[in-house]
Write a protein that binds this ligand. Structure first.
Ligand SMILES: [Zn+2]
Length: 119
C-alpha cells in the first residue's frame, strides 16, 4: 500500500471519524489557527509521527484557508528536517561517526561550500 492509499483508507475509518469528532468538539466551531468562527472546519495533522495513533494534541481543527497554510508549514518543517539529516550525514562522513569535537558552524560553512561545488 502506498502512503496515499494508507492515508485515504485511514481517513475513511471509524477510528479517524471518532478522533475527528473530538477535535471538532474541542474547537467548538472556532478555527484553532485564526480563531474565527466558521461553519465548516477541517482537521489538520500537525505531524505524522503518530499517524493512526493520534492524540488530540497532534491535531488542529481549522478552516480551509488556515489548513492550506498549516500544510505548507508542515511541508517546510519536514524539508528542514531532511536538510538537517543530510548535513549530519555529511558530517559523519567528513569528521567520522564520533566527530563530536568539530566546530558545527565551520562544518556548516564547509558543507554549504561542498553543496555549491557539487552543482
Ligand atoms: Zn482559520
Amino acid at each position: 500500500m502506498t502512503w496515499r492509499e494508507e492515508y485515504n483508507a485511514y481517513i475513511l475509518s471509524e477510528q479517524w471519524r471518532r478522533i475527528r469528532i473530538n477535535v471538532l468538539a474541542r474547537a467548538d466551531g472556532k478555527c484553532e489557527a485564526c480563531e474565527i468562527h466558521r461553519a465548516y472546519l477541517e482537521v489538520h495533522h500537525l505531524h505524522y509521527k503518530t499517524f493512526k495513533n493520534e492524540s488530540l494534541t497532534d491535531l488542529v481543527a481549522c478552516c480551509p484557508e488556515c489548513h492550506k497554510l498549516l500544510d505548507a508549514k508542515r511541508e517546510s518543517e519536514t524539508f528542514h528536517r531532511i536538510e538537517d539529516a543530510r548535513f549530519h550525514g555529511w558530517c559523519n562522513k567528513v569528521y567520522g561517526e564520533d566527530g563530536d569535537y568539530f566546530d558545527e558552524e565551520e562544518a556548516h560553512e564547509r558543507y554549504c561550500a561542498w553543496l555549491e561545488n557539487r552543482t
